[in-house]
Design a protein around this ligand. Structure first.
Ligand SMILES: Cc1cc2nc3c(=O)[nH]c(=O)nc-3n(C[C@H](O)[C@H](O)[C@H](O)COP(=O)(O)OP(=O)(O)OC[C@H]3O[C@@H](n4cnc5c(N)ncnc54)[C@H](O)[C@@H]3O)c2cc1C
Ligand code: SF4
Length: 339
């Protein structure tokens, strides 16, 4: 590992002051340290934010919740307010990584973990995300884990976070502190960048900016579900995952919000698909049509073409559960009226 300076920040002001273009924040370290050991990331300075007070709290914010950036994935999944009001988030977190990792991994770190494209993790292989302009070894390579939506000629990597998929379905906002102390909020689609010709730029985060929290809106009454399909039962990233939230009133779907993991270059949601579902009577045919709409723009090759069929089946199954068309599996939870 390349030598680096270590700064332990006691507050957000000193953390922001220590950050420059050659430094990285460390939170749980479960992704950053791996990348540093592999020399995929080689910061001159690491700024430890884990001793900054107040960032590890889950607090009410309006009718929703404010999740501090240092809240551990395991604590977030187990919090009673999350389990009852936002069960899709709890389930997505529990579907990610292992118990040990969830005990270390933080909310902000999970949002900013890097792609699991195998070529990105191998410094011997050309990768535009690691080194802009170097080329993409995934072209003509193994594509099983790669994205099929939102890709570009220069990068086809999938976004890896399960938590972010649930947050996208819940329309969460990301709270960011600028270097000068100002705070602003971004919707997830405005935060995560499509790869285009600069796949190394993954988010809008600027030097010195720190994620301070995630803001959840008021819980949606209805049923929420998260389904993750992967190569083995634990410790594997999603081939395809679906987070769904919906209500059925007078036989018609309301408030449908669906997001996908494993298939997009960012936690993937398509507002046209949500609009298509709303106001209609639930049926397997409707959900299949929604999947066709979602997948119109999909670009696949031999190695990941199976993801279109898998996504279609997963969407039909999950939407059938949340709309009551089919008996709910262990992955679905009803959210009641929240006082
Ligand atoms: C074996 C294994 C299996 C895994 N399986 C899954 C899985 O199935 N699903 C899944 O979703 N994840 C999985 N993960 C990934 C894991 O969830 C992430 O490593 C973890 O969430 C990262 O959080 P962290 O706090 O450790 O981040 P760190 O490693 O500390 O940081 C990650 C990045 O975020 C930046 N950062 C951290 N906090 C902030 C902040 N507040 N503001 C700005 N930048 C910040 C850091 O600078 C760094 O670039 C797996 C990881 C491993 C090792
Ligand atoms: S798909 Fe993206 S991350 Fe993977 S090798 Fe190509 S440029 Fe790198």
């Amino acid at each position: 590992m390349k030598p680096f300076d270590y700064v332990r920040a006691n507050d957000l002001i000193s953390a922001a002051g220590a950050l420059d273009e050659k430094s990285e924040i460390i939170a749980g370290g479960t992704n950053l340290l791996d990348l540093m050991k592999l020399q995929v990331m080689a910061p001159d300075k690491v700024v430890d934010i884990t001793r900054i007070p107040g960032l590890d709290k889950i607090e009410p914010e309006g009718e929703g919740l404010r999740i501090g950036t240092l809240v551990k994935n395991a604590d977030l999944a187990a919090d009673p307010r999350i389990r009852t009001g936002y069960p899709v988030l709890s389930r997505a977190l529990l579907a990610g990584a292992s118990g040990q990792i969830r005990n270390k991994a933080t909310t902000g770190g999970n949002l900013l973990q890097r792609t699991r494209c195998p070529y990105f993790y191998d410094p011997e292989m050309a990768c535009n995300k690691r080194e802009p302009g170097a080329g993409c070894s995934a072209k003509g390579g193994v594509s099983r884990m790669l994205a099929i939506l939102g890709t570009s000629e220069d990068c086809r990597a999938a976004h890896p976070s399960d938590m972010a998929v649930a947050l996208r379905a819940l329309n969460a906002m990301i709270e960011i502190r600028r270097k000068n102390g100002d705070i602003y909020h971004l919707a997830m689609d405005d935060f995560y960048q499509l790869p285009g010709d600069r796949p190394d730029i993954e988010t809008t985060l600027k030097d010195g900016e720190i994620i301070t929290a995630v803001i959840l809106p008021k819980p949606v009454v209805g049923v929420q579900s998260y389904r993750k399909i992967r190569d083995r039962a634990s410790y594997a990233f999603a081939l395809v995952s679906v987070a769904a939230v919906a209500t059925v009133e007078h036989g018609l779907i309301q408030n449908a919000s669906v997001a996908f993991g494993g298939i997009g270059s960012r936690p993937w949601a398509d507002l046209d698909v949500n609009a298509f579902l709303n106001g209609k009577e639930p049926s397997a045919e409707l959900f299949g049509d929604a999947a066709d709409l979602l997948l119109t723009a999909a670009i696949t090759d031999e190695g990941n073409a199976f993801k279109t069929t898998m996504t279609r089946r997963a969407l039909i199954a999950v939407m059938s559960e949340v709309t009551g068309l089919r008996e709910a599996s262990v992955g679905s939870d009803r959210v009641g009226e929240i006082a």
